[in-house]
Write a protein that binds this ligand. Structure first.
Ligand code: MRU
Length: 328
């Protein structure tokens, strides 16, 4: 069972509040620019594609309130720094609305936000198909379930629909391919619990592990493939994703385990030459609980292109050195 993590209703936006999951399924109505910005900042919506779609609808809500376009763009751009889908969506909104009279601008903003959301849904459905081919190839002749490791949550919760890294896994499961997913907890915010919850909704076999267990499982030959999402892909193929992704990529390379990144092309930042130029969000110490000790909390890390087997996008599957071939 998959739900809509974002939908439009009577001139407002209804989101599934991910800060309440997996304990409670609570939907929340966003009516204003500030509502949308706060929902992104507090991570009630999270995951790069969903952040982008929420920001797009946030512009539409802001213009409907009579806020100037520049204020809408500035407010939303300041919410979270790493996921490039946010800035990609805001640029699209700016291009669609700039120079229009107020009424036409409001209509154009809703139309563009809907288009952005619909494109994400479609892109992820295609990612599911391309990724499925890779999973089928890996599963051939195994004689046991295909064992996939993922990190953070790159499922339907993190997108408008289907998910990115989890989309091929759902497609494989639906096709009757036997899969098992190692779900790493993803400290400190534990987005792995969202992944475990999602997979349970669709009866996909999975096991939660501590982040630090990943290396051991790969060493023991219990992982056939690693499949993660991305927050920003630099032009050279370096990937910013949830903190802990890099360590998994290192372990995968050490043990000859293929390491794939699934993402729509809206996550590729061709203006960013390499991973060192990607801004890394630092979040508050409270995410570690009430610790009376200094805390450093970078939310993302950068996996160098050389550790990545391939990118699964809606335009096809690309090794890092062929990213430039993707049409922009
Ligand atoms: O801080 P989050 O939970 O927004 O981080 C999410 C991730 O790192 C995901 O892997 C990424 O956004 C891809 S989601 C399809």
């Amino acid at each position: 069972m998959q739900y809509a993590p974002i939908r439009e209703e009577d001139g407002a936006i209804v989101i599934l509040d991910q800060t309440k999951l997996p304990r409670e399924m609570a939907f929340r109505r966003l009516r204003t620019l500030q509502d949308a910005a706060e929902a992104i900042r507090r991570m009630e919506v999270r995951g790069a594609p969903l952040i982008g779609a929420t920001a797009a609808f946030g512009v539409a809500l802001g213009l409907a309130e009579g806020k100037p376009l520049a204020e809408c763009l500035r407010t939303l751009a300041a919410t979270r720094p790493t996921a490039v889908n946010l800035h990609w969506a805001l640029t699209r909104m700016e291009n669609a609305v700039s120079g229009l009279a107020p009424e036409a601008a409001r209509a154009a903003a809703w139309a563009q936000a809907r288009a952005i959301a619909e494109e994400d849904r479609r892109a992820n459905a295609v990612i599911a198909r391309h990724g499925l081919e890779i999973l089928l190839r890996q599963a051939r002749g195994l004689g046991r379930p295909l064992s996939i490791m993922t990190h953070c949550n790159a499922g339907w919760l993190a997108t408008v629909a289907h998910g990115t890294a989890l989309a091929p896994i759902y497609a494989a499961h639906a096709k009757g391919v036997q899969v098992h997913v190692w779900v790493s907890e993803t400290r400190p915010r534990c987005q792995g619990l969202l992944t475990a919850w999602e997979l349970a909704q669709s009866q996909v076999p999975h096991t939660l592990i501590a982040d630090n267990a990943a290396g051991l499982l790969m060493m023991q030959g219990r992982v056939d493939l690693v499949l993660v999402g991305a927050d920003r892909i630099a032009a050279n193929g370096d990937v910013a994703n949830k903190i802990g992704t890099y360590l998994k990529a290192l372990a995968a390379a050490a043990h000859g385990v293929p390491f794939y990144v699934a993402a729509p092309t809206s996550t590729i930042d061709f203006s960013c030459a390499h991973g060192r130029a990607i801004p890394i969000e630092e979040r508050g110490a409270e995410e570690f609980g009430n610790m009376q000790t200094p805390v450093l909390n970078p939310a993302f890390d950068v996996t160098p292109a050389r550790l990545i087997t391939g990118f699964i996008t809606e335009q096809g599957v690309f090794p890092p050195d062929r990213l430039a071939e993707i049409p922009r």
